[in-house]
Each structure stands twice: as C-alpha cells, then as structure tokens.
Design a binder for this molecule. Structure first.
Ligand SMILES: Nc1nc2c(ncn2[C@@H]2O[C@H](COP(=O)(O)OP(=O)(O)OP(=O)(O)O)[C@@H](O)[C@H]2O)c(=O)[nH]1
Ligand SMILES: [Mg+2]
Length: 334
C-alpha cells in the first residue's frame, strides 16, 4: 500500500493529481482545508490537503514536486528505526525473531536513534515474565542440575551473601550423599557461616531433614539425573510439598538445544526457577532467554565467577537487560 499526500488550491485539482499519479483505483483517505504554503498562506490563503492510497508503486511526478514529506516515507523511516534496534539486539545475541518483536515494542516516539538506556528499558519490560526479582525465600529452596554446573557454589554464595547483608542464617541441607567429599564441601561452608547443617543419604533421612531443619533451607542435590532411583524418590518426596521452590542450575554457555534437553531430563524435579552460572564464560545468554520465554520459567540468580560470595546476583529486570546489552554487573547485588 502506497500513501501520498497532496496539497492543491481546490479539491478538484487535488483529485486530478491523485488520478494522474495513482490511477483511477486510488483511495482517498482524507481531505482537509489547511493554510496555504508560502506567500499565499501569509495572506490568509487556504488550500486542500488530500491523502490518498494506491496498491501500485507511485509514479515519480516531475510536473508537481510535492514539498510535503509523504506518509509512506515516514513509514519506512519508522521501519528503519525498528531495523536498527533489531540489529542492536541481534548483536547482543538475541535470536532474530525475538529481537524484532522486542524492537517493535520500543516506544514509537523513541525509536529513531534509540540509545542503549532506552533499549534496556524496553528489554526489561518485555522480559519481566522471566525474571524472579527480589522475591522472598520459600521455606525450602532446592537446587538441581547436572554435575559440576555450580549448585554447591551457588548455595554457598547465597548463604554467605544473606549472612553478610542481613545477618540472616539460612540452613543448609546436603542431599548429595553418594560421593565422598560432596557433603563435606557444603558442611565446610556451613561451618564458616555458622549455618545449621544437615545431611541426608537416603530418601527417609531426606524427608526427616526437610521437616526438622530450620527454614529457609537451601538444599544441595547430587549432580545426577533424577531418573536415578534414589534421586527420584527424593524428588517425589519434594513433589508432595507445597513449600518447595526448585531451581534448575544451568551454565550460561549451554546451547538452547541442550537447555531444552536439561529441562526434559529434570522434569520430575519440577523446576520453577533457573539459575544461570558461568556468565563470566558466556558470550551471550540470548538463546537461553528464548528457551525461558517459551517455557515461562523465571531466572532467579546469575553466577558470574568462582568467588564466594561476590560472584552471584539476583536476577531483576534491569540486571537481565544489563547482561544482555553486555554491561556486566560488578560486585554483590543479591
Ligand atoms: N567460572 C565460573 N565457575 C563457576 C561458577 N559457579 C561455579 N563455578 C565453578 O564450577 C565448579 C563446580 O562447582 P560446584 O558448585 O562444585 O558444582 P556442583 O554443581 O555442585 O557440582 P556437583 O556437586 O559435582 O554436581 C567449581 O570449580 C566452581 O568454582 C561461575 O559462575 N563461573
Ligand atoms: Mg555439588
């Protein structure tokens, strides 16, 4: 659809110009009387402004060069502005379709020459569904995920930050009783922090520990799939409780496909949050954002390095937007 605006002395003149340029099928969208341009306008002269639309491209008019910007041109300027924002978001690693959707939701009046801050505001707004924010702890917070992704480290960072910030001591439960040293690592952190610690090696011990340990309780699990019999029973014990929030811990370097597989593998654990670790090693988290949006699972924490406790951040909308636009958060903001 091609739009063009005409200004002529009379309606008849304007209609003739439309027919000559856009053909007999052109559609007149609006007409109005306006102050004439130039000297005639200064003398109080009036003229007709007519807007018309046609299916076919406009024929260049060499007889009457219209000084008014045409609406079609204005449209394409807006498209170009969307293209530019899309390109910025793609450069940040967001998949093209998602980048374009977000660019389109950028306020129309701020599209041209959009600065990074305004793009971050739009990102923060559009991605709020996958941000857990500064929510209070559930009585039982469980961390599951494949081996070596940073479950124990994440728990230690959370407990240490809470201790430092609010003097709150979160209790720790090690349900990873199958590997020598696995529980000891968590026990050591609990000792340092003066936190209550318990360990569970069997599903019975696990159920007892969930009831008897103080809350909020952070639960570390074995880095194995819940399809293992013992882990399965433990997850079943958790599934019967309403006071549990389960976080799936995934390295930020995971591909979208692998993340999908992890969600399937840990489906029994019913994760309702995702912790991304190793952001310090990832170029972008754009593809994972897409997976989380599709599943509507919010991000709870970002792990940004090996240092306990500073390399952990609660995921708020501005924090997520900062990371996506390549502006990393420094220091603890949990
Ligand atoms: N670079 C980087 N390393 C991390 C991060 N989080 C954890 N690590 C490191 O990853 C390694 C494994 O961390 P753990 O916390 O033991 O991982 P886990 O998931 O508990 O491992 P398993 O108990 O064996 O399943 C350690 O060397 C951590 O220091 C992170 O955000 N960035
Ligand atoms: Mg561990």
């Amino acid at each position: 659809m091609h739009l063009k605006r005409y200004r002529r002395a009379t309606l008849k003149d304007a209609l003739r110009a439309v027919r000559e340029e856009l053909g007999p099928d052109a559609l007149v969208l609006s007409t109005r009387e306006v102050t004439a341009t130039g000297v005639r306008g200064l003398m109080g002269g009036r003229e007709i402004e007519l807007t018309a639309a046609a299916e076919r491209p406009m024929v260049p008019d060499t007889r009457h060069s219209d000084p008014e910007p045409v609406i079609a041109a204005r449209r394409s300027r807006s498209d170009r502005a969307i293209d530019q924002i899309t390109a910025r978001l793609e450069a940040a690693g967001l998949p093209t379709d998602l980048a374009r959707e977000i660019a389109k939701s950028h306020p129309v009046t701020r599209r041209r020459g959009a600065d990074t801050d305004s793009i971050k505001e739009t990102l923060a707004r559009e991605l709020s569904a996958i941000v857990a924010g500064d929510e209070p702890y559930a009585p039982i917070e469980v961390f599951v995920g494949p081996p070596g992704v940073g479950k124990t480290t994440t728990i230690a960072k959370i407990a240490a930050q809470e201790r430092a910030r609010r003097g709150q001591r979160l209790a720790l439960l090690g349900a990873d009783g199958f590997r020598v040293g696995a529980i000891e690592q968590l026990r050591l952190y609990a000792d340092i922090l003066g936190a209550q610690f318990s360990a569970a090696r069997t599903p019975d011990e696990f159920a007892r520990a969930l009831d008897q340990t103080a809350h909020p309780l952070l639960v570390d699990t074995a880095g194995r799939s819940p399809s293992d019999d013992v882990a399965k029973e433990m997850f079943r014990a958790l599934g019967t409780r309403t006071n549990v929030r389960t976080h799936l811990v995934i390295p930020a370097t995971t591909s979208a496909r692998s993340a999908e597989r992890l969600f399937e593998r840990f489906a029994d654990a019913r994760p309702t949050r995702v912790v991304l670790t190793r952001l310090d090693e990832a170029d972008t988290i754009g593809p994972l954002v897409n997976v989380l949006l599709a599943r509507q699972v919010p991000l709870s924490f970002f792990g940004t390095g090996q240092n306990v406790p500073v390399d952990l951040h609660r995921v708020t909308a501005p924090v997520l937007a900062d990371w996506l636009m390549g502006e990393m958060v420094q220091g603890a903001v949990a």
